[in-house]
Design a protein around this ligand. Structure first.
Ligand code: ADP
Ligand code: MG
Length: 394
């Protein structure tokens, strides 16, 4: 059928034509926004899950919800080994820029921007001299003595407090979204949690909303024991049958296209409810089908092509990042099975000492390809990755 009208959207962070099966998380976040705006004690939310389940998309949806309530919002994507100081500064700059036109006291905004600039300039890699003056195009001079101590915990707390108070002037809040939160460097995680903790105690209307891989809760609690009281963890999972059908049917119906039951059965069997796969199989199936209603035979023709695209774009691009030793390690994991595997079994499989494999394992964790689901166990962060590896030629 007409590829131009094809509604499906496989791709990292791509907004799906229908956000299926996330009503519960959306209504929970509505409550969070309302409560924070009224200075009621509330835990912020952190979304966790495997790759391709729709965390980024949901985080973006949360951001739209905050914007609709006229909150200021900003977003950053954490990277391993990169301090969050500058990304946080840019995100808060964005958030306050959203609020500025409605604020009656321009001085308050300028004061905040001065503090923000001073905060950003404490980054060791910040431009010096004349270039520093142009930092983010903030044309007020950097303030002194606030958020510029160099101690990230102190500075974040002061910066958040000031940002929250600008938002409170307008009766709204600020939401700072942190994607790939498991990649925030350990000292920065600790500073971020401490700043959130402080803010929740004073009832400042600023929240940090995170998304990351399934081990993110253990990353947070390793850094601050009280992190469980700061964040409500929402595990984002594959879609159940109804939601997966809805993800396919609703966008098609808007184009007057329908699916036969056997086509939906075949698509669910192939995609296993994982949102990325639902979009990928849906997209190719639409293109190969000659006419509505789409039938199982169309899915059968489309499946190999969709698998080929996933092998390159979804699986292959990640596999490429691994070194030969890391690839060997993942192949051993895949050979053992699809459940989380004890690291000791991987060593057995390879006939090696567990200690000699630590560099490969740590490298893979850092690259976000595997995670430790509980002590001594590891699993792939990418659904169906084991199957992909088993189908690869030696
Ligand atoms: N609730 C949903 N319903 C249908 N498709 C979705 C849903 N959530 C995400 N998707 C699709 O899944 C893919 C992956 O989403 P993304 O947010 O990038 O996942 P993650 O951040 O968890 O890796 C995208 O193509 C997106 O359109
Ligand atoms: Mg994502």
């Amino acid at each position: 059928m007409d590829p131009v009208r094809n509604p499906y959207a496989p791709g990292a962070g791509q907004r799906p034509p229908e956000l299926a099966g996330r009503d519960r998380e959306i209504s929970q976040f509505e409550v969070v926004l309302e409560r924070v705006a009224r200075a009621r004690p509330e835990r912020s939310m952190v979304l966790t899950g495997l790759r391709g389940v729709g965390k980024t998309v949901l985080l973006n949806t949360f951001r739209s919800m905050a914007l609709q309530r006229l909150w200021g919002t900003g977003k950053l994507e954490a990277r391993p080994d990169q301090s969050i100081r500058r990304p946080v500064a840019s995100a808060l700059h964005m958030a306050v820029r959203e609020l500025a036109p409605r604020h009656r006291a321009p001085d308050r905004i300028d004061d905040f921007l001065g503090v923000l600039k001073a905060f950003a300039l404490r980054d060791p890699n910040a431009p010096k001299g004349a270039a520093a003056g142009l930092q983010f195009g903030i044309d007020v001079p950097a303030a002194r003595g606030r958020a510029d101590s160099g101690d990230l915990e102190v500075d974040l707390t002061e910066l958040f407090t000031d940002a929250a108070s600008v938002a409170a002037d307008l009766g709204v809040g600020i939401a700072l979204f942190v994607d790939e939160m498991q990649d925030v460097p350990a000292p920065d995680v600790s500073a971020l949690c401490a700043a959130c903790h402080e803010l929740s105690q004073i009832g400042g209307p600023l929240i940090v909303v995170g998304a990351g891989l399934p081990h993110l809760p253990s990353v947070l609690s390793a850094s601050k024991s009280y992190s469980e009281r700061l964040f409500r963890y929402a595990r984002i999972d594959r879609l159940d049958r109804d939601a997966a059908d809805q993800a396919l049917l609703a966008p098609a119906e808007r184009e007057d296209v329908y699916f036969k039951q056997d086509a939906l059965d075949a698509l669910y069997a192939a995609a296993d409810g994982y949102p990325y796969f639902v979009q990928a199989y849906g997209k190719v199936t639409w293109d190969v089908a000659a006419a509505s209603p789409i039938a199982a035979a169309d899915v059968a023709v489309a499946a190999p092509e969709a698998e080929g695209e996933l092998a390159v774009g979804f699986f292959g691009s990640r596999y490429e990042r691994a070194t030969p030793a890391e690839r060997e390690y993942m192949r051993a994991m895949a050979a053992i099975g699809d459940e989380p595997v004890p690291t000791a079994n991987v060593a057995d499989e390879l006939g090696r000492k567990p200690s000699s494999l630590s560099p490969a394992r740590d490298g893979l964790i850092k690259k976000g390809l595997i995670y430790s689901s509980e002590r001594g166990l590891i699993a792939f962060t990418v659904p169906h990755f084991g199957k992909f590896l088993r189908n690869q030629p030696g």
